[in-house]
Design a protein around this ligand. Structure first.
Ligand code: PMP
Length: 354
């Protein structure tokens, strides 16, 4: 830390993103990216837009907003696009939390929530997941704090039903409830349809996973008009051109090509079921995932050893040091071929160790 670094950030522990190694070619199953390229239409629109980079992007993202509003069945004033969904999550902390308005989320969830809370000087509580790693729905009812729930949750992959989500939203009428739907397209039900019923609900989403656009950085928030106006106040006070021209164009292409999107989501869900069964045959215990990743522990190999041994064999998965989940690993669902390579490598490791 330099002697100039602001004291307000002195104790900030930044988020640790998954490894993005350059030194060798790994089978990358560690950051929940899609194994498929973006829709050809998304790439085509982005390429066309790359010839206009001398001009600023549209701060209102009008063309994309129009396409997305139609796609999601909301009005154009009820949606806001951001630089990945990390940005909308940060905007939500900035807009609706402060020293006097604290936040709450599960103890095991997306690791960025506590970082955003610290960054924005927001006190927060963590409510433990139940023993089976389910979100304790009742514990989030009437908490009188701003609620952040990832649905499906990460890294467990477990989804809550829309009824449970509604219960949480309804019981916290004077606090915003953020439902982070980064992984919703792989098997959970979206809460977007509830935004006209509850003025305290903000649903966030991303094009990083199911639409194969992690590198383009496109996220969004959907909520009633007045929440979107507040979030826009924060956006226009931070970075009005937060979505670049190519990403905006690619986003339109991705939404237009819904067939490609639906097929990819189906393929990932099928591959997840296949790989889950294979891992269970090898003695792994899995949480019931509705996401594009599997959360698994073995009764024979501890989590960290498995992560390191797979890395030696050129396969990257995600290991977390957090005490409660340190025997687990989060494995992104790749192609069938990639999952077969994973299963073979695990068999080899088991033989080497026993
Ligand atoms: N929410 C959750 C639960 C995530 O796992 C991620 C991905 N790291 C994000 C949000 C943010 O993704 P992005 O910024 O790529 O939209």
């Amino acid at each position: 830390m330099s002697r100039f670094f602001s004291e307000k950030y002195a104790s900030l522990v930044p988020y640790t993103p998954g490894e993005q190694p350059k030194e060798m070619k790994y089978i990358k199953l560690n950051t929940n990216e899609s194994p498929f390229p973006p829709s050809p239409l998304a790439s085509k629109y982005a390429k066309r837009e790359s010839e206009k980079l001398e001009l600023y992007s549209d701060p209102e993202c009008r063309d994309l907003v129009k396409t997305a509003a139609e796609y999601f069945g909301v009005s154009e004033n009820e949606i806001l696009f951001t630089n990945g969904s990390d940005e909308i999550l940060n905007f939500a902390f900035m807009a609706f939390c402060d020293g006097a308005h604290s936040a709450v989320f599960p103890d095991i969830t997306y690791g960025f929530y506590p970082v955003f809370a610290e960054l924005n000087g927001v006190p927060y509580d963590e409510i433990p997941l139940k023993d089976d790693f389910m979100v304790d729905v009742n514990a989030f009812c009437g908490v009188n704090k701003m609620v952040f729930i990832a649905n499906p949750n990460a890294p467990t992959g477990i989804a809550l039903s829309l009824d449970d989500i509604e219960k949480i939203v309804k019981s916290n009428p004077d606090n915003i409830v953020v439902i982070d739907e980064a992984y919703v397209d792989f098997g959970a039900e979206s809460a977007i349809k509830l935004i006209h019923k509850y003025d305290n609900l903000l649903v966030t989403g991303t094009f990083s996973k199911s639409r194969s656009m992690a590198g383009a950085r496109l996220g969004f928030g959907i909520a009633n008009e007045s929440l979107i106006r507040d979030l826009n106040t924060v956006k226009y006070s931070t970075n009005p051109y937060n979505v670049n021209r190519m990403t905006m164009a690619a986003g339109i292409g991705a939404l237009e090509d819904s067939e490609y999107f639906i097929n990819n989501c189906r393929e990932i869900a099928n591959t997840r079921e296949y790989a889950s069964k294979e891992l269970e045959k090898l003695g792994f215990e899995l949480t019931p995932s509705s996401a594009n990743f599997i959360f698994a522990q073995s009764n024979k190999i501890d989590g960290k050893t498995l992560y390191l041994k797979l890395k030696e064999k050129g396969i990257l998965i995600r290991h977390f040091d957090k005490e409660r989940i340190k025997n687990y690993n989060r494995i992104t669902v790749g192609t069938y071929e990639q999952m077969d390579a994973l299963i073979s490598a695990i068999k080899e490791i088991k033989e080497e160790l026993i």
